[in-house]
Ligand binder design. Structure first.
Ligand SMILES: [Zn+2]
Length: 393
């Protein structure tokens, strides 16, 4: 659907907010600067007939907290090297599974004990002003990507990211604000916080609306389907293609199936991702992209709209478990009509290992897993898997 008036867009960001209204307004206005009023008369704009939405799961390039021992080799410059040709599309999406900030202390992890031995200068990372000791880094699930990594993520091809997840709050408001500023500064669209629930942008005459959900503090709640529907409906009135992201479902290799009920994990309600995905499509969502379980889950076509229930760990360096199913993930390249109907998906399988990082997987494990799980959970869905491609029956 298209906008009735460009002026109405400013109200969109306010729908789900219970705090930070002035900041939300400012952010919404800022995003509107990418939309030209000249394109508002949609019926006279020539739109490209097909669009490509590329989607991956979790992205956390490495953390300088609790120490720089969690940063990737060559400061992350090669982190996406093997997959760059596949991160090209009108929309290239990932879930930013951490903060982007050079500051901030996390309460998630106790203070690190002082190193007993002063490392030689050659082992000192001057950029971070933190001594890199030869000690094995402690495991700490608070993720702080250096601000300079935002450009690396942008240069890899990403232009849309979810910041609704269990790590965006790892460094409190300092981290949230710095993450948003860093993404703004490199031109990556984002959404998912109560202070920034949605975003709208235009590319090649097509308007996209993006909204992201999670069960976590400060994020737009995946467990509140009524509110989710309101947000999606409002977007659908203003844009051609509505993309919905969720960070939901239980985690790990034991939880690759979609249970079609509310999932409880670590005493948290992690959403009923099946009901949620259908619910948002019922009111206008065109693509639903799930992540959070750290493993791949099945896919489904519902009302001609594509749902990926979990895209797994795509590029997750450091403390993440990348063994077995946790270390394989698909890159989906969806071809849609310019109104969001699904046509095809190309699946590129990737894998991660502690020693080699992110690589292509010539054995296509992620594709095979998508195919296997889709047959188990969505046997009747109108999709066929064939030679690394998913097409309509
Ligand atoms: Zn997560």
């Amino acid at each position: 659907m298209r906008a009735l008036s460009i002026l109405s867009l400013g109200a969109l960001g306010l729908l789900a907010c219970d705090s930070g209204l002035s900041q939300t307004s400012a952010n919404s206005d800022m995003n509107l600067t990418t939309i030209s009023p000249n394109n508002d008369n949609s019926s006279q704009t020539t739109k490209k007939p097909l669009v490509n939405v590329v989607a991956v799961g979790d992205v956390m390039m490495g953390s300088n907290f609790p120490n720089v021992g969690f940063l990737p080799p060559n400061d992350g410059k090669d982190s996406f090297a093997h997959v760059l040709p596949y991160l090209k599309g009108d929309v290239v999406f990932g879930n930013l599974e951490g903060t982007i900030t050079d500051d901030g202390i996390s309460t998630k992890c106790p203070p690190e004990p002082k190193p007993t031995v002063t490392p030689p200068v050659s082992q000192t990372d001057k950029t971070d002003n933190v001594a890199k000791t030869s000690e094995k880094p402690r495991t700490c699930y608070a993720f702080r990507m250096p601000v300079r990594y935002a450009k690396t993520i942008k240069d890899a091809g990403f232009n849309v990211m979810s910041i609704a997840n269990n790590h965006v709050g790892d460094f409190g408001d300092v981290g949230r604000k710095s993450t948003m500023t860093a993404l703004d500064n490199v031109g990556i669209h984002y959404a998912g916080l109560l202070t920034k629930p949605t975003t709208i942008f235009e590319k090649d005459g097509i308007r996209y609306g993006f909204v992201a959900f999670a069960p976590n503090v400060g994020t737009v709640n995946i467990n509140d389907l009524d509110n989710a529907k309101k947000l999606v409906k409002a977007l659908d009135k203003k844009v051609d293609i509505v993309i919905v992201s969720f960070h939901g479902g239980a985690e790990g290799a034991e939880h690759v199936r979609v249970p079609k009920t509310t999932e409880i994990y670590l005493n948290e309600k992690r959403g009923d991702v099946y009901a949620f995905s259908h619910g948002v499509i019922d009111v206008g969502a065109d693509v639903v992209i799930g992540h959070g379980p750290h493993v791949t889950r099945g896919v489904e076509l519902y009302k001609n709209r594509f749902i990926a229930y979990s895209l797994g760990n795509f590029n997750t360096y450091g403390a993440f478990n990348v063994r077995g199913l946790n270390g394989i993930a698909p890159i989906l390249n969806l071809t849609l009509t310019n109104t969001g109907e699904f046509l095809t998906a190309d699946v590129t399988s990737t894998k991660q290992s502690k020693d080699k990082g992110l690589e292509l997987d010539p054995t296509h494990q992620a594709y095979n897993e998508l195919k296997r799980l889709t047959a188990l959970d969505f046997a009747d869905t109108d999709l066929v898997f064939n030679s690394q491609k998913i097409v309509k029956k």
